[in-house]
Write a protein that binds this ligand. Structure first.
Ligand code: ME8
Length: 662
């Protein structure tokens, strides 16, 4: 018996659960279930990451106190996972009192060891990543390569963590623990990052307050990643739960590749600095790839997120779980496509496994009175089947053990294919005519394989496992600590004479029309792009608009505009007043509904697309501090998206302010 502790990242509450976050959480649950099957003692942790500038800003935009805001979104995560048959042992929130207390203790330990000092930092900060970026990392236009949004210049007093000091110990540690970072390609990336030199890390902020106060200096709040990473220890900081931590437990952190550096560099450095030994560093940080839609990372930033709960509602959580675990090689990116989901469902679940079950149970009803038949003399056919299945089961086990769910399921379904081939070759319906005992042996062999499969699919499809087992006359899988229930041998999983209980198909397949109807049901409806003055708000299917003549289009004077200055409009939450250079002798004033998506400073210096000949639009008046001023927009800036997440229309390359678009 072993101990297995698996964690997911704690998710930022700036987003609700989507297929990307569901993916990591499903893998964690499946791994945990596999370990339960083996008789291991397990602990699974997930939760929400609730502090930091990103969350503070989002709460403000929604006119909510940050705690009220995080309560609202965190609940969405907590409620989502059970709907996908995921039952973590703890759902942690970084606003939990035990976490705040634990992080303060960790800080004090690191401080006492001399690894924190006060200083000032200046640099580019991506609020989406909650991380500083070097000039080298930025994309043209000062964009974060991950979020495609402009970074912000920050300069403030801060505590620094002596990360540089840990460069050598980290490299030594990686050398001694080659499995710490997986997969291999990611390990190499981290190694070359660390080898290229580490800089001390800013670990506190003074320009906002939504964070855990620094012990002894409450003007500072802790950097959100310092706070967040500690969650993995907070959860076990309760009595005997510490037994799940390394080395007495096997600790596996599952993370997306976007956050590997935090887990593989900063986290072990914090631990070593706080006095943990090398053996007390987690055994594995596994960085998986991104779920993409048409090659783009799925998520809020790109507004292409797929709702896992909708798929689970229509097709069952098992189907979604199976698809994600099987279709994507764990560690690599995978493009998600609803039609491919249905295709795999039909092929693997319906035609392969589902068909095997109903075929075998149908034959048992016909040829064996609906009972488990007696296993008679084995022929070469059964020997071949059993030795193949035995070898495959061993491979399934080792694939789960080595965190390769796609391989585990591929082999599981290869067993089902082998059994389907065996039915055709052994032809029990023919044998029944001349040698009923032989037909019974064939069916008994098949039932053994099905019984083994009903357990092997449990980590991925716990519900279908139960349904399958009920039809086989078996109780649901109920793992017990210390008992290895993962099947290794065939021959005595079922009792001869026990009643079988065939029911409807395990998976109802979809024909061509059914597939189309289901895909239509699942595919998210798309929002009509909006203009920055926020006129269109309805969410509906994209419609093709009526065409216009070129002459009509030519009437629109589209130009490149350079934002010279930007300021909020007092008492108008959504509006910004911009001064724009449109290549004219004097700048123009534009008023635009951008304030929920952008800080004024982020816009200054950006080149955007403007409708220059729109009739002036009156926005009333506002007091900017020296009495009421008229608020009139002389043109319109182009953007797309909902008002709280707008994307600006910009121009490629170097275009001068005032350049016309044609
Ligand atoms: O990074 N494909 O939180 P986060 C696959 N709070 N996985 C995806 C994904 C996609 N398209 N999108 C998200 C944070 N994920 C921090 C973590 S941990 C101490 C702090 C998954 O809400 C993936 O696991 O941005 C990724 O690492 C995680 O969600 C990021 O979640």
């Amino acid at each position: 018996m072993g101990r297995f502790y698996v964690t997911t990242p704690i998710y930022y509450v700036n987003d609700v659960p989507h297929l990307g976050t569901a993916y990591t959480t499903i893998v964690a649950d499946a791994l945990r279930r596999f370990h339960l099957l083996q008789g291991d003692e397990t602990f699974m942790l997930t939760g929400t990451d609730e502090h930091g500038l990103k969350i503070e800003r989002q709460a403000k935009e929604q006119h909510l106190d940050p705690k009220a805001f995080t309560d609202k979104i965190s609940a969405r995560f907590m409620e989502a996972w059970p709907k996908l048959d995921i039952f973590p042992d703890r759902f942690i929130r970084t606003t939990d009192a035990d976490h705040e207390a634990f992080v303060a203790e960790l800080w004090k330990k690191i401080e006492a060891n001399g690894d924190l000092y006060e200083g000032e930092y200046e640099g580019w900060y991506c609020v989406g990543c909650e991380s500083l970026k070097t000039d080298k990392e930025l994309e043209p236009g000062n964009l974060c390569p991950l979020h495609k949004t402009p970074v912000e210049r920050v300069k403030e007093k801060s505590y620094f963590f002596r990360l540089e000091k840990w460069q050598k110990p980290l490299l030594d540690f990686y050398g001694r623990h080659p499995d710490f970072i997986r997969p291999e390609s990611r390990r190499n990336e981290v190694l070359s990052f660390v080898e290229s030199g580490l800089k001390d890390l800013s670990v506190s902020r003074t320009s906002f307050t939504w964070g855990i106060p620094v012990p002894g200096n409450p003007k500072h709040v802790m950097y959100v990643w310092f706070d967040a990473l500690a969650n993995y220890l907070t959860a076990l900081n309760h009595g005997s739960l510490s037994r799940f931590w390394a080395p007495s437990g096997k600790v596996v952190h599952l993370v997306g590749k976007d956050i590997l550096r935090f887990h593989a560099v900063f986290w072990p450095a914090f631990l070593l600095s706080a006095g943990y030994t090398e053996e007390q560093i987690p055994q594995v940080v596994f960085a998986h790839g991104f779920l993409t839609i048409d090659g783009q990372k799925m998520g809020k930033a790109l507004r292409n997120a797929v709702d896992p709960l909708k798929i689970a509602h229509e097709l069952g959580a098992d189907v979604l779980r199976y698809h994600l675990l099987r279709a994507i090689a764990f560690g690599q990116d995978g493009d998600f496509d609803h039609a491919a989901l249905i295709e795999r469902y039909n092929a693997d679940l319906g035609k392969n496994l589902g068909n095997l079950l109903s075929r075998v149970l149908g034959l048992c009803t016909k040829l064996a009175n609906g009972k488990v038949p007696v296993f008679g003399e084995r022929t070469a056919l059964e020997d071949e089947l059993f030795s193949r299945v035995k070898a495959d089961l061993a491979m399934v086990r080792s694939a789960w053990e080595s965190i390769e769910p796609h391989r585990a399921l591929e082999t599981t379904f290869a067993i089902s294919s082998a059994a389907n081939t065996y039915v055709d070759r052994a032809a029990p319906w023919a044998a029944a005519k001349t040698d009923p005992a032989r037909a019974h042996t064939i069916l008994a062999a098949l039932l053994e394989v099905l019984a083994a499969l009903s357990v092997a699919i449990w980590p991925a499809m716990p519900n279908k496992s139960n349904t399958m087992r009920a039809q086989l006359g078996l109780p649901p899988v109920e793992p017990r600590v210390g008992e290895d229930a993962f099947p290794t041998e065939l021959g005595s999983l079922l009792k001869p004479g026990a009643p079988l209980a065939p029911a409807g198909p395990l998976f109802q397949t979809f024909d061509k029309n059914g597939t189309k109807a289901m895909v239509d049901k699942l595919v998210p409806r798309v929002e009509i792009p909006k203009t920055a003055d926020n006129k269109t708000t309805e969410s509906t299917d994209i419609e093709v608009s009526t065409t216009i003549a070129y002459d009509d289009f030519a009437k629109i004077d589209l130009r490149v505009g350079l934002v010279k200055s930007a300021e909020r409009v007092p008492k108008k939450d959504k509006l910004l007043r911009l001064t724009m250079d449109l290549g004219e002798p004097s700048p123009r004033t534009l008023v635009a509904g951008l304030a929920l998506s952008f800080q004024p400073a982020e816009l200054v210096g950006r080149k955007v697309l403007v409708v220059a000949n729109l009739a002036p639009r009156d926005f009333g008046s506002a007091d900017f501090g020296s009495g009421k001023e008229k608020l009139v927009s002389h043109g319109m800036l182009l953007a797309s998206g909902p008002s709280e997440d707008l994307r600006l229309a910009t121009i490629d390359g170097d275009a001068a302010p005032g350049a016309k678009l044609k």
